[in-house]
Design a protein around this ligand. Structure first.
Ligand SMILES: Cc1cc2nc3c(=O)[nH]c(=O)nc-3n(C[C@H](O)[C@H](O)[C@H](O)COP(=O)(O)OP(=O)(O)OC[C@H]3O[C@@H](n4cnc5c(N)ncnc54)[C@H](O)[C@@H]3O)c2cc1C
Length: 371
């Protein structure tokens, strides 16, 4: 007689979307075997990475070992990279040669840095995407200061990421002696153009108050060892060039054979692949849209809620119950403009100030402690 086994759910990616999918699934379906794969061995609180990178601190306080999270919450963690998804055989092949069979799959591998093929950028600029990047930036800042001369820093990209990082950096440099210079180059006529105009103005004024030179309509076309060149041919010296140019879809998604939209995983409103009802996707790697057809913001909130929804729908699918749709339209956006100024934007209402910054940090620390 054939032995009845518990269903297996495999989750690729153990960040905001993947971990929340795993925790929710374990809570709803304790009998499921939940296997989570990540090529990194730690979860890092990305929104806090600006602070630690800019202030030259380590990441110990903002990272937690995935093996310990798995042990605490009863799922299996493999420190390994998924290299191929075999849809027909329902199997994930990994870099270490494992072939992991699944009944359900959640793809939660996030997005990659977009360098827009700018010359020299990958060679000479530093990028802040993973915890190791934060450590590299901290080290370069510390070494730079040791020379005893004011630092010249160029940040490329005035989206949410560039704005937050530049603000932290400016606050921190203020306490490190005078004369340091930060320039923020942005391609578009206003900062963070995906957000409402009032925010762009708020961010620009805040940065200028911190003595950052905000260069709008100024695309960078080349990054050199000691500076950048703009498309207009102007050269600007820099000791450190930081790239905050935005995201693009991971190349690995093309190998899944699943339908994609602009390179991201296409999903229906239930976060299910239209090609395969047992495959779900969540977080930055998806092409999820808001009700007016705009791409959902690639934020922690969306990743967390999509991860949870994907897990709820796996449970519902397993039990033959109707699936629940995900709405990315009313998700709050929370970020900081330096150490003591936070912004919360929700349903057209913007709250700003010290309390929001404090609240953001409190939520981040509480979240990490609960993992
Ligand atoms: C420096 C920084 C600061 C940010 N600050 C904010 C903020 O203040 N507020 C906010 O809302 N958002 C912020 N964001 C954006 C936010 O961090 C992302 O939207 C969020 O992390 C997306 O979560 P995710 O789980 O979809 O993907 P990610 O967090 O990108 O995680 C993807 C995971 O998949 C793993 N992975 C990738 N490929 C594979 C593979 N083939 N096999 C196995 N594992 C794989 C990666 O190692 C990673 O752990 C910030 C981002 C950065 C980089």
């Amino acid at each position: 007689m054939e032995e009845k086994r518990n269903p297996t759910a495999v989750i690729i990616g153990a960040s905001f979307a993947g971990i929340n999918a795993a925790l929710t699934l374990k809570r709803l379906e304790p009998g499921f075997e939940v296997i989570v794969l990540d090529k990194d061995d730690c979860f890092t609180m990305m929104p806090a990475l600006y602070e630690t990178a800019a202030r030259g601190e380590g990441n110990a306080e903002i990272s937690v070992s995935l093996a310990s999270v798995a042990k605490k919450h009863g799922f299996t963690f493999f420190h390994d990279e998924a290299v191929f998804v075999d849809r027909k055989k329902r199997r994930v092949n990994t870099r270490n040669g494992e072939k992991i069979s699944f009944d359900y799959l959640v793809i939660a591998i996030g997005a990659r840095t977009n360098y827009y093929a700018v010359e020299g950028v990958e060679k000479h600029a530093l990028n802040l995407k993973r915890r190791q990047d934060g450590e590299k930036i901290s080290e370069r800042l510390r070494l730079g200061l040791l020379r005893g001369k004011p630092l010249k820093i160029v940040v490329c990209g005035g989206g949410m990421s560039g704005i937050q990082f530049t603000s932290e950096l400016a606050d921190w440099l203020k306490g490190q002696g005078g004369g340091h210079e930060i320039r923020l180059f942005h391609t578009a006529p206003r900062l963070a153009s995906e957000l409402p105009e009032e925010f762009s103005e708020l961010a620009r004024k805040s940065l200028e108050r911190k003595s950052v030179k905000v260069m709008l309509n100024t695309p960078v076309s080349r990054v050199m060892k000691k500076g950048v060149e703009t498309t207009a041919g102007a050269k600007h010296d820099a000791d450190l060039v930081l790239w905050c140019g935005g995201n693009k879809p991971p190349e690995a998604l093309a190998k899944t054979g699943l339908p994609l939209e602009n390179g991201y995983v296409a999903t229906n409103e239930f976060l299910q692949s239209p090609a395969e009802e047992r495959i779900f996707a969540a977080g930055d790697c998806t092409a999820v849209k808001t009700h007016d057809g705009k791409p959902a913001y690639q934020t922690v909130w969306n990743a967390v809620l999509e991860g949870r929804t994907a897990a709820q729908n796996i449970s519902r699918h397993f039990r033959g119950r109707p699936l629940i749709p995900y709405s990315a339209s009313n998700v709050p956006i929370v970020f900081t403009l330096g150490r003591n100024y936070g912004v919360l934007y929700y349903k057209g209402i913007m709250l700003t100030g010290r309390l929001v910054a404090w609240l953001k940090r409190f939520v981040e620390r509480t979240y990490l402690n609960a993992l």
